[in-house]
Design a protein around this ligand. Structure first.
Ligand SMILES: CC(C)(COP(=O)(O)OP(=O)(O)OC[C@H]1O[C@@H](n2cnc3c(N)ncnc32)[C@H](O)[C@@H]1OP(=O)(O)O)[C@@H](O)C(=O)NCCC(=O)NCCSC(=O)CCC(=O)c1ccccc1C(=O)O
Length: 369
């Protein structure tokens, strides 16, 4: 009779253990290994262990000229590939003005170029709001303007930057994510929400708030009494803000992809607000956690991502966007193919031959089926 070696016996025992673990109901403890879920007792989890849960040590980062940011806080985790970018205007529910967007774009650029960073968290200061969209005080007839005397919709550039950034961006949402702030979280790759989070678009609602600001500006800050009365009545009838705006770009198309065309129409046409658990059911967010666990859980997701291959994640992000992003999506995905090719011997042969003024020898490279 054929003898079975110790090695083979070990392999069989391991396979039976793995198989029987898969049969255990989810949540049962199933043995002495301290995983939260018995079905996680496979070789991957035995080798990699649990995702570490120790606290992050944050180090504040300046801008590229060593100057401190005014509207945002940029931090990097010590010895871990996590950058955290925080909109720091809590007194205005983290509404963004052009300066905020410019700083955000610089911080995202820095995190992109920093090869020690593998994942970026976008969040808002405090627990009341992730972001309440464009700061209406700075809205003019041609867009938003602060230190410059022309207006723009700067946030659209930031949306594109996040979409194309070759590292995952996670929105960490506590409190309101509304208007342009809601679009920002949708543009991020993942969203972890606190149980106090509120999501929604405000733009199409009645114009009282914007009208009030507009007339006050015109009247050198003096508000006509009738407008104040309308504003007060309107505030009582529906305390959510009303700004007269819409995002017919990513704010519509990405939303429709996330929640489906019918629900997207509901979100925009009715401009209702939704709780975190409603948002989770709609597919707007990846997870909802108690407010006090928000950062801990987000960090856990970051650490789990950071264990994985950065190139695989980079290519996957562009692949997941490619169909929707048309030429820009193909360019991003195609750029990744070229980037990987540059790192191969075959790619290098072409370059080396050119530099050495000789014919390249591609004969040694396989023509794969
Ligand atoms: C977020 C709220 C629901 C929070 O309500 P609450 O907790 O009761 O706080 P408040 O007392 O309302 O607010 C505290 C304080 O903050 C000020 N504030 C809040 N949000 C803004 C804002 N967006 N702009 C300016 N100021 C804001 C508020 O006035 C208070 O100030 P005090 O001095 O203390 O009184 C509620 O605050 C709320 O509903 N806010 C407005 C939300 C909203 O409608 N946002 C949408 C703005 S439009 C937008 O984001 C579009 C952005 C954009 O650039 C764009 C992109 C693509 C296409 C088009 C556009 C475009 O601009 O049109």
């Amino acid at each position: 009779m054929a003898q079975i070696s110790d090695k083979e016996l070990n392999a069989v025992t391991r396979r039976i253990a793995t198989f029987s673990n898969h049969l255990l109901p989810v949540g049962s403890s199933g043995g002495s290994i301290g995983f939260c879920n018995a079905s996680m007792n496979d070789s991957y989890h035995r080798i990699h262990g649990e995702v570490p849960s120790h606290e992050v040590e944050w180090k504040t980062a300046c801008d590229e000229h060593g100057k401190e940011f005014t509207d945002i806080i940029c931090e990097k985790a010590v010895d871990e590939g996590i950058a955290k970018i925080t909109i720091n205007r809590p007194q205005r529910r983290n509404a963004f003005r052009p300066q905020t967007i410019k700083e955000l774009m610089r911080a995202f650029n820095d995190a992109r170029d920093d090869s020690s960073v593998g994942v970026i968290i976008l969040t808002g200061k405090g627990t009341k709001a992730f972001c309440s969209g464009g700061d209406q005080e700075f809205r003019k007839a041609d867009g938003y303007a602060d230190f410059e005397n022309f207006g723009r919709l700067n946030v659209l550039d930031l949306q594109v930057q996040i979409r194309r950034l070759p590292k995952p961006v996670i929105a960490m949402v506590a409190g309101y994510a509304v208007g342009g702030g809601h679009v920002l979280h949708m543009v991020c790759d993942l969203t972890i929400a606190a149980d106090n989070a509120i999501f929604g678009q405000t733009g199409p609602k009645v114009l009282t708030y914007h009208l009030l600001c507009y007339f006050c500006n015109k009247a050198h800050k003096k508000c006509p009494a009738w407008l104040i009365v309308i504003f007060l009545l309107d505030s009582v009838a529906g305390p959510n803000c009303k700004v007269g705006s819409f995002d017919a770009g990513y704010g519509s198309s990405i939303m429709s992809r996330l929640v489906g065309p019918k629900k997207a129409r509901e979100m925009w046409f009715l401009a209702r607000f939704y709780t975190a658990s409603e948002a989770e059911k709609m597919g707007l967010v990846n997870a909802v956690v108690p407010l006090e666990k928000l950062e801990q859980e987000t960090i856990k997701w970051c650490r789990e991502i950071l264990r994985n291959s950065p190139t695989a994640i980079r290519v996957l992000k562009s692949a997941l966007n490619a169909v929707d992003d048309g030429h820009a999506g193909l360019q991003e995905l195609g750029g990744n193919a070229t980037l990987i090719f540059y790192g191969t011997e075959e790619g290098n042969e072409g370059k080396t031959a050119y530099v050495q003024r000789r014919r390249p020898d591609f004969s040694k490279f396989p023509r794969r089926p």
